[in-house]
Ligand binder design. Structure first.
Ligand SMILES: Cc1ncc(COP(=O)(O)O)c(C=O)c1O
Length: 405
């Protein structure tokens, strides 16, 4: 079989693969605890469901404009005004099949083969593969001080004449780190000075803790006109617990949005009108669900941290937002894939290996399940790894006997 070079270079999405493994094991009746998930467990907002159902009832489900339905664009315009104090026009907005597609078409619109795209590590698993899909070069940058908080010097260090864009994801998947206002100001100014595109992946911007306020990248932009190279990404997946609806968007200059629309028009056309209607419902409807989710996630984060801090040998970093904890398990095992497989096999706890996000020795543990998932999941991991634990563990009726330490 003859496969293209790009096709061969793309690896499977580790997170999607793990979801499938968990589903298969669960279907077999295995007591799996899924600490690998990337989606909240709450239900989608009623306003979203009602809008979608109402359209379905009309039985008129048609193509949409390639850049999205006007009603949803208006909702995004209002969202941008509310959260970013920025007034944009419909031509500045594209609605895509998830934030994922919005980022992908943005990269396709700006990157030539061989050009470089910089992003801080650890990073969301899809950034490198998205760059490779275009034949462009992903350039992860590791903060020199060993933290999860990049400084502008770190970015400066890796810029070359091939650099075309920077992606910033804050709060960050997988670390939960929310970058400082100073860093956001520095990166916006730096990209403007160097004439680089800056993609702000703000998908988790409302899911933040400890009284933090979302950071508005536009506050630091000098150029807010149609030459601006700032691309703002957002979506309904995380904040409204609507991952399966696959609606996200980008806000950028009109010319770039036009090019992205041309690309998307041939790639997928506009997203399903049913799902766009649902997104209108979510954005224009009652907003209390977002705050409830945020509060639940903050509480879950606290419980997760409490458990991890009582776990000898692991190093946990307190997340500022999102629903992830990125935890250093290298004291027990440096090969994160091996460790993740071991935990799934021995105690049926699903985690995501840090290496998938560009950092070995870590596991990403998700807090979007129940408190019981978190406490029992950590208890099982501790039992599996800590040589001082009792020799036996009960999972329901099932008795596990440790025969590996
Ligand atoms: C950092 C980041 N960006 C974008 C996305 C994609 O979100 P969507 O479901 O809107 O495609 C995800 C999903 O996991 C993410 O973690």
């Amino acid at each position: 079989m003859s496969i293209s070079l790009i096709g061969k270079s793309i690896s499977e999405s580790a997170t999607l693969r793990l979801n499938e493994i968990a589903a298969v094991l669960r279907a077999k009746g295995e007591p799996v605890i899924h600490l690998g998930g990337g989606e909240p467990k709450t239900k989608a907002p009623l306003d979203a469901i009602l809008q979608a159902v109402s359209l379905l009832n009309s039985a008129e489900v048609r193509y949409t404009p390639a850049d999205g339905i006007p009603e949803l664009k208006q909702a995004v315009i209002r969202y941008t005004q509310d959260f970013y104090d920025r007034k944009v026009e419909p031509e500045n907005v594209i609605i895509s099949g998830g934030a994922k597609q919005a980022i992908m078409v943005a990269l396709q619109a700006i990157l030539n083969p061989q050009e470089e795209c910089i992003f801080p590590a650890p990073y969301w698993v899809s950034y490198p593969e998205m760059c490779k899909l275009i034949g462009a070069v992903p350039v992860p940058v590791y903060p020199e001080d060993g933290t999860f908080y990049p400084r502008i010097q770190d970015i400066e260090r890796v810029v070359t004449s091939y650099t075309k864009c920077v992606i910033i994801n804050s709060p960050n998947n997988p670390t939960g780190a929310m970058y400082s206002e100073d860093f956001i100001r520095d990166i916006v100014e730096f990209c403007e000075k160097r004439n680089l595109y800056l993609i702000m992946d703000d998908i988790y911007h409302r899911l933040i803790f400890d009284g933090r306020k979302p950071i508005n990248c536009y506050e630091y932009a000098k150029d807010l006109g149609e030459n601006s190279k700032l691309i703002l990404i957002n979506g309904i997946s995380k904040q409204y617990s609507m991952t399966g609806f696959r609606i996200g968007w980008a806000v950028a200059n009109k010319n770039l949005i036009r090019v992205m629309t041309n690309i998307q028009g041939h790639q997928t056309s506009g997203p399903s009108v049913v799902l766009q209607k649902a997104a209108v419902g979510a954005l224009n409807g009652t907003q209390s669900g977002v705050e409830n989710l945020r509060r639940t996630l903050e509480n879950n984060r606290n419980v997760m941290m409490e458990r991890l801090n009582a776990f000898d040998g692991v190093r946990a970093y307190k997340p500022d937002g999102t629903f992830y904890c990125f935890v250093d398990f290298s004291h027990y095992e440096k090969d994160s894939r091996k460790l993740s497989e071991f935990l799934l096999e021995k105690v049926r706890v699903l985690t995501v290996p840090g290496v998938e996000f560009g950092l070995e020795g870590f596991l990403r543990l998700s807090t979007c399940g129940s408190i019981k998932d978190i406490t029992e999941g950590i208890e099982r991991i501790k039992w599996a790894l800590d040589p001082n634990s009792p020799n036996e563990l009960y999972i329901g009726e099932r008795k596990l006997v440790r025969d590996w330490l």
